[in-house]
Design a protein. Structure first.
Lengths: 356, 168, 533
């Protein structure tokens, strides 16, 4: 035990119960944070983490009352929204935190991409990050289906039908998602267990790996052209400086979420009716790009494009390396490609949102 | 951890009053706001445990109950309620015997309530005087009868049946 | 940003967050304060009715569900239950029911209202079935050859009420049909929700004439249109007069502020103020300096001081008997003393026909016409001061007197004399044209004039009223009197011509001979100045 461990008597007694190297802990906490993290747009990694905490807490609260059966799902959500105290607030927090989390993850992806932080030796973290994005999107999809209103039901139907078009594994994938040949009782229960069990576990494992890798590699130091940084300014402390920053963002997010919950509370559409398809089905906004692509091309082509596109993004660090090695493609190529890709995504999304 | 990074800038070691105030305000603010949030979460998780929503169920005009009689009425859950009207006024009891839940009957000839299962006897006020309920010092549960003297109408306060909802 | 600044910012943001949470809490509390309209309670007894009839007559069940009855669990059986053996009862799905729910059935719970209504003029509405009006309907507009009295059935009886009858076999036993042995009701007498319907159980009236089933909404009963179903038309256009009057205009402009659906007492000057409705003046409660005056909510005649119904209007006193029975005593008929025994004449139904019975009763109260008027004035005084109100009554009284003295009395006298002279027969009330003209004179335009004055409808008072009275009196009635006498004999014709001449020479009628030169000049000048004609 270190000298500091013996300083506070009682503290020392407690520390002996859990014999860690507390020095190491303090040192880890005092991890120097590169100065560029003082720029606010570098907090986009912490934002989804905070929002995840919000989702977990509100999600657990909601699970106290939600019933995952086609007969009672809608009514239980209605009870939460209309009868239980603050139910509407907690549900609205859950909805908005979910939406903001997807936005934040995506913005974080953009930031990492355009600052080239995915490059060697951090390629693996990029892949894990993309897996996290996929997990987040799946969270959104399964969560929305649980409400069991018309759009939930038919959205799930469309999505699982799309999955069928995936080459090779499509049929099995769709059958697995639905728990049968059509969306029904099994679908709801497995979406539920995915949403509250499987996906959270995956999220935590991936997140753990993601943060571990960051700590192991260290945060990428960035040098902006023409910027002069003194030795003192190069790093600042995680605790209390950066922690306070994160705290600030946390409170800001809660404030923002509460405003959103007050002004745009979560509502409910018509209850799901398997016999009646509503005239305009749309998925959630984060799948608009895919939906618009589907409308512009055929089923198989759009699915193929999505799968291929997804694979390219996933493996981008390696592809870029290969391109640079083989064809001496300059770094600006990635930037241009990224801009094009992002713009394309934006156009498709906005197009779908304004179309009737 | 990279060795390059051991050079940490010195932090703000001196605790000036300004720092103390900032920290205190921050702490107070965080405690108040997150505390309120926690309270709201707790309210959500604790559904109203006050006697669940009740409604008044119309039973009949006061005149329907003859003085000195005991009549049976039903609540919404199928329980029978015994309504006794005496000179002094109305009393209403649940017909469930507190011993093991058999149905208690009024015996006008003996002016008491009788439970046939284990021969429990309750006096006209609902207090057990013989049999196993008496041994346990039990009495018939009061039923929530509401008498509106002004309009001469009798109501029974019933619990609203749980809403079963959603599409089949 | 230094650490210190950051801490202040966090503090600031967290107070903002706290503020937003307080807004959330406020919203939450506001949510619970909203009055949630409770849904219907379907008790076990009524469940079987509801589940079947929800398919057979879905809207009917929905209407019941909207009602305040349903909110307290009062349902089908509670009102439709009948005792085995009652003439209108049959066993339906295991329960003895009757489709006919009479005031006596409603009185199982609404005791006071039943008593108030039973003593009212509304309850007697069905007793006009032996009147002139009925003759017009059943005879003049009926077909004795086929027994078709559809005019009476669809017209008069739907407002006034029918005697509910059953179809019988040759032995006089009630016919029954179907596997439930349902009694066959005379189709001429049901459906009928006439105000004075004469029910098989002896009660008079039909509560749902005003309290439409099955939602039984207060706002419907209190709306003027409700009264307007019957109180309208050429012979008593009360709703039209109300619509013309400032009272009606105020109502229609402010319907939403009238608290029409208020549960319980509906008091002018406390719950609403924008306008009076029919109910306001005639039956409802109003504020007085001493507090709430609780109206006798189901006796519509209590505040009436004139009867505007007959040929010649009279003031109305009221005698109340110990059992609640009431009788109107026209001014002039000697009033009995309180405590005296009187042989009252009451119409009841026996063997499905109206008979008059003599029932001795003890007088418990005598209410004079001016006491009745004072009760009416209490409502007026909520908005108008006493000079205003008293002067209005003088204006109204004068109009009734004008009608009475200038036209009604002279006309009635002529008709009586024609009868005495054998020109008109008492048993042939519509044989001659003069009888129709006279009938309409007092029954239609004469009533319109009087009603118009009573409820501030100037156009009805004059153009639809006194103008037509005078025009028909001079241009149709008087000539018809002479004509009918002439038809009988030349001598009688001369006699009546003479009578008419004498009348027309009186001051009140001699304007027919022409205006005075001054009046003529004034008239000519007015037209020149105003219209250049």
């Amino acid at each position: 035990m270190s000298a500091e461990g013996q300083v506070a008597g009682k503290g020392g007694y407690l520390k002996s119960l859990f014999p860690m190297d507390w020095d190491l802990v303090r040192h880890a906490g005092a991890e120097p944070v590169p100065y560029h993290l003082k720029k606010w747009w570098f907090c986009l990694g912490g934002t989804p983490l905070y929002l995840l905490v919000v989702q977990v807490l509100t999600g657990i609260a909601l699970t106290f009352y939600y019933v995952p059966s086609p007969q009672e799902a809608y009514a239980s959500v209605a009870a939460i929204t209309n009868e239980l105290r603050f139910g509407w607030y907690i549900r609205s927090l859950h909805k908005w935190a979910g939406n903001l989390m997807i936005v934040a993850v995506f913005l974080h992806l953009l930031r990492v991409y355009f600052t080239g932080a995915y490059r060697h030796p951090r390629q693996l973290n990029w892949c894990i990050g993309l897996a996290l994005l996929g997990t987040t999107l799946t969270f959104g999809f399964t969560g929305y289906s649980l409400i069991y209103e018309q759009l939930s039901f038919w959205g799930a139907t469309v999505a699982t039908n799309l999955a069928e078009a995936v080459p090779v594994v499509g049929g099995h994938l769709a059958y697995f998602m639905r728990g049968g040949p059509a969306v029904g009782e099994n679908t709801l229960t497995r979406f539920f267990i995915l949403h509250i069990g499987v996906l959270p576990t995956a999220m935590f494992v991936l997140l753990g790996l993601h943060i571990l890798l960051i700590r192991m590699h260290g945060v990428t130091e960035l040098h902006f052209e023409g910027e002069k940084v003194t030795k003192e300014e190069r790093f600042f402390r995680f605790w209390p400086e950066h922690a306070t920053t994160e705290l600030l963002i946390g409170v800001l997010l809660m404030y923002l979420l509460t405003i959103l919950a007050l002004v745009f509370p979560a509502g409910m559409g018509e209850p799901a009716d398997p016999t009646q398809t509503p005239p305009h089905i749309k998925p959630e906004w984060y799948f608009y790009f895919s939906f618009r692509l589907l409308k512009l091309t055929s089923l198989h082509l759009s699915v193929a494009l999505t799968v291929v596109g997804g694979a390219v993004v996933f493996c981008w660090p390696f592809i870029e390396e290969w391109l640079q090695r083989k064809y001496r493609v300059p770094e600006s190529f990635s930037v241009v490609l990224g801009v094009i890709g992002f713009l394309g995504f934006l156009v498709l999304t906005v197009w779908e949102s304004i179309a009737p | 951890m990279s060795t390059e990074r051991d050079a940490c800038p010195p932090g703000e070691q001196d605790v000036t009053r300004r720092t103390w105030l900032a920290g205190a305000l921050m702490g107070a603010g965080l405690l108040a706001s997150y505390g309120t949030l926690a309270f709201q979460f707790l309210s959500f998780l604790l559904p109203k445990r006050l006697k669940g929503e009740t409604r008044l169920l119309f039973v009949g005009p006061v005149d329907r109950f003859a003085v000195g009689s005991v009549q049976t009425i039903m609540d919404l859950k199928g329980n029978e309620i015994l309504v006794k009207r005496s000179e002094a006024g109305f009393q209403a009891f649940s017909s469930l015997c507190p011993h093991l839940g058999c149905r208690v009957q009024w015996m006008p000839a003996d002016n008491h309530f009788f439970c046939p299962c284990h021969r429990g006897i309750f006096d006209a006020e609902g207090k057990a005087v013989a049999g196993p309920p008496a041994d346990a010092g039990q009495r018939l549960a009061d039923a929530p009868l509401v008498v509106d003297q002004a309009n001469g109408v009798v109501y029974l306060e019933v619990e609203v049946p749980d809403k079963k909802g959603g599409p089949a | 940003m230094t650490l210190n600044t950051k801490r202040y910012v966090v503090a600031g943001l967290s107070f903002l967050f706290l503020a937003s949470l307080l807004v959330v809490a406020y919203h939450e509390s506001k949510r619970h304060r909203e009055e949630v309209k409770p849904g219907p309670i379907v008790t076990a007894t009524n469940e079987s009715c509801v589940s079947c009839h929800r398919k057979d007559s879905a809207a009917l069940v929905m209407e019941w569900e909207r009602s305040r009855h349903a909110q307290q669990g009062i349902g089908c059986v509670d009102c439709h239950q009948a005792a085995e053996g009652e003439i209108d009862a049959w066993k339906h799905e295991g329960v003895w029911v009757s489709a006919l729910v009479t005031p006596k059935d409603c009185s199982r719970c609404h005791v006071r209202e039943y008593q108030e209504f039973a003593g009212s003029h509304h309850a007697k509405a069905g007793e006009i079935l032996a009147s002139l009006d009925n003759v017009l309907a059943e005879k003049a507009a009926g077909m004795p050859s086929t027994g078709n009295i559809a005019d009476a059935v669809n017209g008069c009886w739907q407002c006034h009420g029918a005697i509910v009858k059953f179809k019988r076999d040759a032995n006089g036993q009630v016919l029954r049909e179907g596997k439930e042995n349902k009694p066959v009701i005379d189709a001429n007498t049901w459906p009928n929700s006439g105000m004075g319907r004469l029910n098989p159980d002896g009660s008079k009236g039909s509560c749902h004439a005003c309290h439409s089933r099955h939602a039984f909404e207060s706002k419907l009963s209190r709306s003027p249109e409700n009264c307007g179903k019957c109180h309208m038309g050429p012979d008593h256009p009360q709703i039209e007069i109300y619509n013309e009057s400032k009272h009606g205009i105020a109502f229609y402009a402010n319907r939403d502020q009238m608290a029409l659906d208020k549960r319980g007492d509906w008091v002018l000057g406390r719950d609403y103020s924008a306008a009076p409705t029919c109910a306001t003046c005639h039956i409802s409660s109003y504020m007085t300096p001493q507090g709430v005056f609780k109206g006798n909510s189901h006796d519509v005649g209590e505040r009436i001081s004139w009867t505007l119904r007959p040929v010649i209007s009279t003031k109305l006193n009221m005698v109340v008997y110990a059992d609640g029975y009431k009788e109107d005593y026209p001014e002039g008929k000697p009033l009995p003393a309180v405590g005296a025994q009187v042989d009252t004449k009451e119409k009841v139904v026996e063997n499905e026909a109206l008979v008059t019975k003599t029932v001795p009763r003890k007088v418990s109260q005598v209410v004079t016409w001016d006491q009745r008027r004072e009760t009416m004035k209490g409502a007026c005084l909520n908005c108008h001061n006493d000079t205003y109100v008293d002067n209005f009554y003088k204006q109204f009284d004068d109009l009734v007197v004008l009608y009475n003295e200038k036209f009604a009395r002279p006309a009635q006298q002529l008709m009586d004399e024609l009868k005495n002279d054998g020109v008109l027969k008492a048993d042939a009330p519509f044989e001659h044209e003069v009888q129709w003209i006279f009938y309409e004179l007092w029954h239609h335009e004469g009533r319109r004039a009087r009603h118009g004055a009573s409820m501030m409808g100037p156009d009805y008072t004059h153009w639809h009223g006194m103008y037509e009275v005078s025009k028909h009196f001079y241009t149709e009635f008087l000539p018809a009197v002479v004509h009918v006498a002439e038809e009988k004999s030349a001598a009688l014709g001369n006699k009546y011509r003479q009578k008419v001449e004498t009348m027309l020479n009186q001051l009140d009628h001699n304007w027919l001979n022409g205006l005075s030169p001054e009046e003529a000049e004034a008239l000519r000048r007015m037209y020149k100045e105003r219209y250049n004609q």
